[in-house]
Design a protein around this ligand. Structure first.
Ligand code: PGA
Length: 241
């Protein structure tokens, strides 16, 4: 499968800024081949990014969704709405949702189920905090997040894109070494029955992308901060294999 380069813009980029970023990316990497590039803007920019990326090589993803298809859930967004806007992917279980918004393995599990039912490809994030790594609990945490997250859908895990994102590496400038990332990817792979795509995320930058992507275990990256600037994101997209 082609490597995946996904840019999660988090709570950045209003519709006008999103347009400019997409237009700049189009100029530099609009016709790039051999990669799946996924743009993951905030909800309010999905429509403008969708319009600009229609019939291009760029794919669209959302940062979160609710586990019900519709109903009295003020402030929430249905996966069906995301599909109708042209999203093919949805990020679920991101560490900022888990640690800042209090999302649990159980709600992540409900969301994963619905995403698969309605035909969105989940980008399912797992990863340990610094304290968990230091206390030797990395594998235990990842095992729990995966087994709870996949409860009842174990046989569909191959339809999910996994993202190993050590929390201590997100937005900190501290990237996991290729050895640390590969070890975690292998651990995740061994928990799954069938082969799945596994991305790495956490301070991916133009100056570490080539080293990370040299590893067969790393089948792509989920990029936060460095996806907000066209030149740095384009360099990441153009990584040297
Ligand atoms: P970062 O974020 O690249 O800014 O570390 C990664 C992520 O949260 O997916």
């Amino acid at each position: 499968m082609e490597p995946i380069i996904a840019g999660n813009w988090k709570m950045n980029m209003d519709p006008a800024e999103s347009r400019t970023l997409v237009q700049d990316l189009m100029k530099s990497v609009g016709d790039i081949k051999g990669r799946i590039v996924i743009l993951i803007p905030p909800f309010t920019s999905l429509a403008s990014v969708c319009e600009l990326t229609r019939n291009t090589r760029f794919k669209l993803g959302a940062q979160n969704m609710h586990w019900e298809r519709s109903g009295a859930y003020t402030g929430e967004i249905s996966g069906l709405f995301l599909k109708s806007l042209g999203c093919e992917y949805v990020v679920l279980g991101h560490s900022e949702r888990r640690h800042i918004m209090g999302e649990s393995d159980e709600t992540v599990n409900k969301k994963l189920k619905v995403a698969l039912e309605i035909g969105l490809i989940p980008i399912f994030c797992v990863g340990e905090t610094e304290q968990e790594r230091e206390s030797g609990a990395t594998e235990q945490v990842i095992r729990r997040q995966i087994s709870e997250g996949l409860k009842g859908i174990e046989n569909e895990a191959h339809k999910i894109v996994f993202a190993y994102e050590p929390v201590w590496a997100i937005g900190t400038g501290k990237t996991a070494t290729p050895e640390q990332a590969v070890a975690a990817h292998k651990f995740i792979r061994n928990l799954l029955k069938k082969p799945s795509t596994i991305l790495y995320g956490g301070s991916v930058k133009p100056d570490n992308i080539d080293t990370l992507m040299k590893e067969d275990e790393i089948q792509g990256v989920l990029v936060g901060g460095a996806s907000l600037k066209a030149d740095s994101f384009a360099r990441i997209i153009k990584f040297i294999q």
